[in-house]
Design a protein around this ligand. Structure first.
Ligand SMILES: Nc1nc(=O)c2c([nH]1)NC[C@@H]1CN(c3ccc(C(=O)N[C@@H](CCC(=O)O)C(=O)O)cc3)CN21
Ligand SMILES: O=c1ccn([C@H]2C[C@H](O)[C@@H](COP(=O)(O)O)O2)c(=O)[nH]1
Length: 265
């Protein structure tokens, strides 16, 4: 994951120290991009241990179940959304709610994923393959406005590529999750549409390292990255909505020891 380590180095070298909403303080750059060729392996950070169990459950929760109810994550031992729940234990009308049930003007619910799969199959070269969680009219109904807020999908030579726009990226905690999440999602969509995988393009608007993560980031930069793991998807799964945790496995994940860091709320 040289791309990720180079990204960290650029933020350390060029980043500007700024106050931020959480009160912690960050150094940040704007508009940097990483590109991962998904044929070279599954992009997972190897210079610390990534909790893949959490990544896969978060992905199933947002994109397959289309849920905003944090109980699903908690029942599966995933704690990463605990600080952003409302009185109903949901994240409000964020992410899954928009991806799978955007409210239409006549009260109907629009399933963006179903539409995307239909369009990838029937009109693969369309320039309108977009999924977005940035529902301007409902931002106030979300506990946190979506960070990974838009993707565009592109088919060429029988391969599916994804470009992700992330408006805000916590480089030490959130971004490693986001990279692997969208890489696996690209594989899942390619799987059910009979395509191979191309590249993941990851653009980050405000890309920041919280000042209380600087030591952790420096430690990672002293570590030599390991080869990338591979992804196995159950070949029997034919429909996107049938994917379950057991159908998604990351094989041969070699990593350095975990590194802890506090999340800024
Ligand atoms: N400041 C901040 N950074 C984020 O990355 C972030 C937010 N806020 N708010 C909403 C979600 C929640 N996300 C999170 C929250 C916590 C971890 C975290 O603590 N990760 C640890 C433990 C992982 C685990 O136990 O599963 C890690 O070592 O990666 C990661 C992503 C990503 N998002
Ligand atoms: O998937 C995610 C979700 C959140 N983040 C980070 C980015 C920021 O550090 C915070 C959100 O704060 P804002 O003030 O709303 O930008 O969460 C992430 O990296 N990945």
């Amino acid at each position: 994951m040289k791309q990720y380590l180079d990204f960290l180095k650029t933020v350390l070298e060029e980043g500007v120290l700024t106050e931020d909403r959480t009160g912690t303080g960050t150094i940040s750059t704007f508009g940097q991009k990483m590109v991962f060729d998904l044929k070279e392996g599954l992009p997972v950070v190897t210079t610390k241990k990534i909790h893949l169990h959490s990544v896969i459950h978060e992905l199933l929760w947002m994109f397959v179940l289309g849920s905003n109810d944090v109980s699903y994550l908690q029942e599966n031992g995933v704690r990463i959304w605990n600080e952003w729940t409302d009185e109903k234990n949901t994240i409000g009308k964020g992410y899954g709610y928009q991806f799978r049930g955007w409210e239409g003007s006549n009260g109907e619910r629009i399933d963006q994923v179903e539409r995307l799969i239909h369009d990838l199959r029937n009109n693969p070269y369309s320039r309108r393959h977009i999924i977005t969680a940035w529902n301007v009219a409902q931002l106030d109904d979300m506990r946190l406005p979506p960070c990974h807020m838009m993707t565009q999908w592109y088919v060429r030579n029988g391969e599916l590529s994804c470009q992700l726009y992330q408006r805000s990226g916590d480089l030490f905690l959130g971004v490693p999750f986001n990279i692997t999440f969208y890489a696996i999602l690209t594989h899942m969509l390619a799987h059910v549409t009979g395509l191979g995988v191309g590249k993941l393009h990851h653009v980050i608007g405000d890309a920041h390292i919280y000042v209380n993560h600087l030591e952790q980031v420096q430690l990672q930069l002293t570590r030599e990255p390991h080869p990338l793991p591979k992804l196995w998807l159950n070949p029997e799964v034919q429909h996107f909505d049938d994917f379950t945790y057991d159908d998604i496995r990351v094989l041969d994940y070699q990593h350095h020891p975990p590194i802890k860091g506090k999340v800024s709320v």
